[in-house]
Design a protein around this ligand. Structure first.
Ligand SMILES: [Zn+2]
Length: 235
């Protein structure tokens, strides 16, 4: 089990044909891209953790990382994001922005595993659940595009939606993704907060809801017993 893999994986793990861990120019560019997205949130991270987020590019420490589509976040030894080599090689830049935004959501979001009533031992309770990470990603991708678009007044929503479809499509291949299908779903189990991965249409809806600053969708966030976050604040 990866050291920092919980609440685990952005991406499913895929097997690729064996390949080396050569760091090419495009890999370096992608690393810089990820670092630049993280940099924007360092102040926020420092307020929460009294430490900056450490980004670990896992090129050679684990030979599997060369062939694994994985990015993960953890905070046990300080906030960090771990990026396996395979996801750098195989994800396009916009999907990497989406992925790192999701991981930042685990570290900086407002709905934690504790809020969801999670009491297991293999989960970092204070980190945000998957639905919240997706919700945060919607705001984060928007902010990234606003910082980097020559004409930020243009309507970015279609591009943001396209990035979501491509990114979730990469980790749920051959799955129909339609956020409107999740609009009427109501999550009722446990605390009313799903601590696990919602279905992909619900994930897409969460992401777009974050972009639009809409309420968190009830397909994963429907708090019945605990309508506050881990700071005791109403959401
Ligand atoms: Zn996640």
């Amino acid at each position: 089990m990866a050291l920092f893999s919980l609440p685990t994986l952005y991406a499913h793990t895929y097997s690729f044909p064996a390949s080396d861990c050569e760091v090419t120019e495009s890999i370096l560019e992608k690393q810089n891209l990820i670092s630049s997205v993280v940099e924007f949130y360092q102040q926020k991270a420092f307020k929460r953790y009294q430490q900056n987020i450490f980004v670990e590019f896992n090129n050679s420490e684990n030979s599997n990382s060369c062939n694994v589509l994985q990015m993960s976040a953890g905070a046990r030894r300080g906030p960090r994001i771990k990026v396996a080599h395979g996801i750098l090689k195989n994800f396009k830049p916009t999907s990497l922005v989406h992925a790192v935004c999701h991981e930042l959501g685990h570290l900086l979001g407002k709905v934690s595993g504790t809020d969801a009533g999670y009491t297991g031992t293999t989960y970092e309770h204070d980190l945000s659940v998957e639905g919240e990470a997706d919700y945060f990603a919607g705001t984060c991708v928007l902010e990234y595009l606003l910082r980097n678009s020559p004409n930020s007044s243009s309507n970015l929503y279609p591009l943001i939606r396209k990035i979501g479809i491509e990114s979730y499509g990469a980790i749920y291949p051959n799955t129909f993704i339609d956020e409107s299908r999740a609009l009427n779903e109501i999550y009722t189990a446990d605390s009313g907060i799903n601590s696990d991965y919602p279905n992909v249409s619900c994930r897409m809806l969460s992401y777009l809801s974050g972009t639009l600053n809409n309420p968190r969708p009830k397909c994963w966030f429907n708090p019945i017993l605990k309508p506050t976050n881990s700071f005791g604040q109403a959401l």
